[in-house]
Design a protein around this ligand. Structure first.
Ligand SMILES: Nc1ncnc2c1ncn2[C@@H]1O[C@H](COP(=O)(O)OP(=O)(O)OP(=O)(O)O)[C@@H](O)[C@H]1O
Ligand SMILES: Nc1nc2c(c(=O)[nH]1)N=C(CO)CN2
Length: 175
């Protein structure tokens, strides 16, 4: 599994912890995806469309033999399997899976932008990502993601909800 990718998870409907667990177990069932690392889980104030409940957000690192578009298809299938419906842009969701980074690639197709276009402006993504990969940069640039995070004024809206215990965090998600 030669490719390294980071996936952001977000949820603000129903049993949010259960939704994270379900999404991670479905990713783990894929033979071509290997879970490598996970951030702590953060509770975050909604951004964009603010009249909605707080989210749980986290970031995981995976290794995969899937090409980016196929990895996206798997993510969309999992969103669908967990009952996600798209109603309001940036609105409430059972689960959202975004591909943040895929190796050092930059790609823009109709369906897929990598790195994720709003990655560098979202504290709810940058904080968990930098927790597990502090030196990460925007692909093929020298622009450190920590620098982007430092420029975001409001970071108080992102609070640790469940601390990573330092050992196998994915154990949290075993059924
Ligand atoms: N890096 C990416 N990861 C996931 N989806 C992406 C990515 N780039 C483009 N997309 C496209 O975005 C669509 C998903 O949009 P979605 O409804 O989840 O947006 P959103 O989660 O409301 O907003 P945001 O994209 O700001 O997180 C997918 O169907 C996919 O085609
Ligand atoms: N805190 C927080 N706010 C959001 C989130 C999210 O995951 N967390 N996702 C959004 C749509 O992608 C819009 N706003």
């Amino acid at each position: 599994m030669k490719n390294r990718a980071f996936i952001a998870l977000g949820t603000n409907i129903g049993d949010r912890f259960r939704n994270l667990c379900d999404a991670i177990s479905l990713l783990n069932e894929e033979a071509e995806i290997e879970l490598v690392r996970s951030s702590s889980i953060y509770e975050t104030d909604p951004v964009g469309y603010t009249d909605q409940d707080p989210f749980l957000n986290m970031v995981i690192e995976v290794r995969t033999s899937l090409e980016p578009v196929v990895l996206l298809e798997k993510c969309l299938q999992i969103e669908h399997a967990l009952g996600r419906k798209r109603i309001i842009r940036w609105g409430p969701r059972i689960i959202d899976l975004d591909i943040l980074l895929y190796n050092q690639e930059n790609m823009e197709t109709e369906k897929l932008f990598i790195p994720h276009p709003r990655l560098h402006e979202r504290a709810f993504v940058l904080i968990p990502l930098l927790e597990i990969s502090p030196d990460e940069k925007l692909p093929r640039t020298n622009q450190s993601l920590q620098d982007f995070l430092d420029k975001i004024p409001d970071r108080e809206g992102v609070r640790v909800w469940k601390q990573k215990n330092g050992e196998d965090v994915f154990a949290l998600f075993e059924n």
